[in-house]
Design a protein. Structure first.
Length: 179
């Protein structure tokens, strides 16, 4: 049997020598290793969440994949979310509004506050995160306590291989500083 040169490089003795990944498997893979978050996003999130007082707040993180980074360039603050001191519920129209912004970014995750509490993912938060990652595997959650005992406290979370992990992040300063 004759094979093209491409096939000869893929199979040896009828066995594949490279890993073949099906599209469905690829679509489910996390492709980014770190978060690169614009410092203005953290400032905007802090201002919004602190302004809610001791009620939880919610937002949608907007950005894109850039190399090994999940780049977060904006947060869409959900002004009309229903919230208590321990729960927040985003309304569906927030997703429509956040995705209709035409600036090259798209929804890459979500954010919520734990005012006065530790920064962690509750069982309900974990379920929400799994739903986000079912739509976009690289999606992250930003959890922020604007009133931490040592100041603002926040962390990024994402599932990888069925384990919830804290995601490392770097800061992006997109405006020029005048000295």
């Amino acid at each position: 049997m004759r094979f093209s040169p491409l096939v000869k490089n893929i199979f040896i003795d009828g066995k594949p020598v490279i890993k073949i990944i099906r599209q469905k498997e690829f679509d489910k893979q996390v492709k980014t290793k770190k978060v690169l978050v614009d410092v203005d996003v953290i400032a905007k999130a802090f201002t919004f969440f602190a302004g809610k007082g001791h009620l939880e707040g919610a937002g949608l993180l907007r950005g894109k994949i850039s190399g090994e980074y999940l780049l977060i360039k904006d947060i869409f603050c959900c002004e009309n979310a229903e919230s208590t001191t321990t729960n927040v519920k985003m309304k569906p129209e927030n997703f429509s509004k956040a995705t209709s912004i035409k600036d090259g970014n798209y929804v890459v995750g979500w954010s919520h506050s734990h005012p006065g509490f530790e920064v962690f993912m509750s069982p309900k938060d974990k379920s929400t995160q799994l739903n986000f990652q079912a739509m976009f595997p690289d999606a992250v959650s930003l959890v922020m306590n604007p009133f931490g005992k040592d100041g603002i406290d926040f962390k990024f979370f994402r599932y990888k291989d069925d384990n919830l992990e804290k995601i490392k992040y770097d800061f992006l300063v997109s405006r020029d500083e005048q000295t």
